[in-house]
Ligand binder design. Structure first.
Ligand code: ADE
Ligand code: ZN
Length: 335
């Protein structure tokens, strides 16, 4: 089963580039940019990764970003993730980035997006992995700040496929950003928002995503299972749910394998993703492998989860068919 998962052609749709910052790269960039970090070794840094909910994770996540300053830093971050992804037989990825976490530290928007974009181009050419970029807004910041960043992105519209909403969900509901997301849609961008597991008012947030914002996907969205109407809407509209099993485990002490199986049974398009793999110490293959073990998933269930990611990816029909055929070829021949 390990080899079957490892070699399977996959897509990843929920990975934060800043969440792929490995301790080793942090040290390298800290030295290059003359930034002090409060750890002596990568191992010491890993022992400080002590999170148990969303806020405790976000504190560590934002503090670590201080080393990301130059265009080449964002290039290296993105290149490293895409290299790792290609080595895990990920053939297509949609990447989140958090520009406000960098502009707020004095790093230009253009520096961030140019570094990322150049690495995406290089990885496509040299590694054969295709990827698209999703700009996330930090939901604890104002809607005005989000709108300003949407305006900053206008010259780079061709480099973006969609917008997302992440960070601290408490008291920051989807409808805070109705206008920004409407504007993004008018610009031709796809829409997704985080509804992290077990947040306050989570069912209201999921309802707002579906009925007020009219998102194309929901990131996480596991709690939707508590409401039959939400499940029905998600299934009927074919809304993708980008579930992150190892990330969930930090909050609910389970890989949510029962919930993921229920989603499949109810015709909801669940997909498997890594979220912040450098922090949660699990890239996509490890997420699939651990999930399969916890839930004793069959090959057919694993293949359905992988196929779902191509179905709900923000790509054209021809590309989708191409990837799905590649997956089917693999399934037909896998021993
Ligand atoms: N930013 C990075 N990872 C996140 C997550 N899992 N939830 C919300 N915001 C995030
Ligand atoms: Zn996330």
């Amino acid at each position: 089963m390990h080899t079957f998962i490892e070699n399977m052609p996959k897509a990843e749709l929920h990975v934060h580039l800043e969440g792929t910052l490995e301790p080793e790269l942090s040290f390298e960039l800290a030295q290059r940019n003359h930034v002090d970090i409060p750890y002596k070794t990568a191992e010491e840094m890993l022992t400080a990764y002590d999170f148990y909910d969303l806020p405790s994770f976000l504190t560590i996540y934002y503090a670590a970003m201080s080393v990301l300053q130059q265009e080449e830093d964002f290039y290296q971050l993105t290149w490293n993730y895409l290299s790792k992804a290609a080595s895990q037989h990920i053939i297509y990825a949609e990447l989140f980035f958090d520009p406000q976490a960098h502009t707020s530290r004095g790093v230009d928007f253009s520096t961030v997006i140019t570094g990322i974009h150049k690495a995406q181009e290089a990885a496509k050419k040299e590694l054969g992995i295709d990827s698209k970029l999703i700009m996330c807004f930090l939901r604890e910041l104002s809607a005005e700040s989000a709108m300003e960043h949407l305006k900053l992105a206008k010259p780079y519209l061709d480099w973006l496929v969609g917008v997302g909403l992440d960070s601290n969900e408490k008291d920051n509901p989807p409808i805070k950003f109705t206008e920004v997301f409407q504007a993004a849609r008018a610009m031709g961008l796809k829409l997704t928002m985080h509804c992290d597991v077990n947040q306050d008012n989570t069912l209201t947030h999921i309802h707002q995503c579906l009925h007020d914002i009219e998102v194309d996907r929901i990131d996480h969205g596991v709690n939707s299972l508590e409401d039959d109407n939400l499940c029905q809407t998600i299934a009927e509209k074919g809304i993708g749910l980008t579930v992150c099993p190892v990330s969930n485990r930090f909050v609910v002490q389970s890989l949510t394998s029962d919930e993921i199986r229920t989603m499949l049974k109810r015709g909801m398009r669940a997909t498997i993703n890594s979220d912040d793999p450098a922090y949660f110490r699990a890239y996509l293959n490890e997420n699939f492998i651990e999930l399969q073990q916890e839930g004793n998933f069959t090959r057919t269930e694993i293949a359905t989860l992988a196929a779902n990611a191509f179905h709900v990816a923000w790509i054209g029909k021809a590309e989708k068919n191409h990837y799905l055929k590649e997956l089917q070829r693999y399934l037909d021949t896998a021993a």
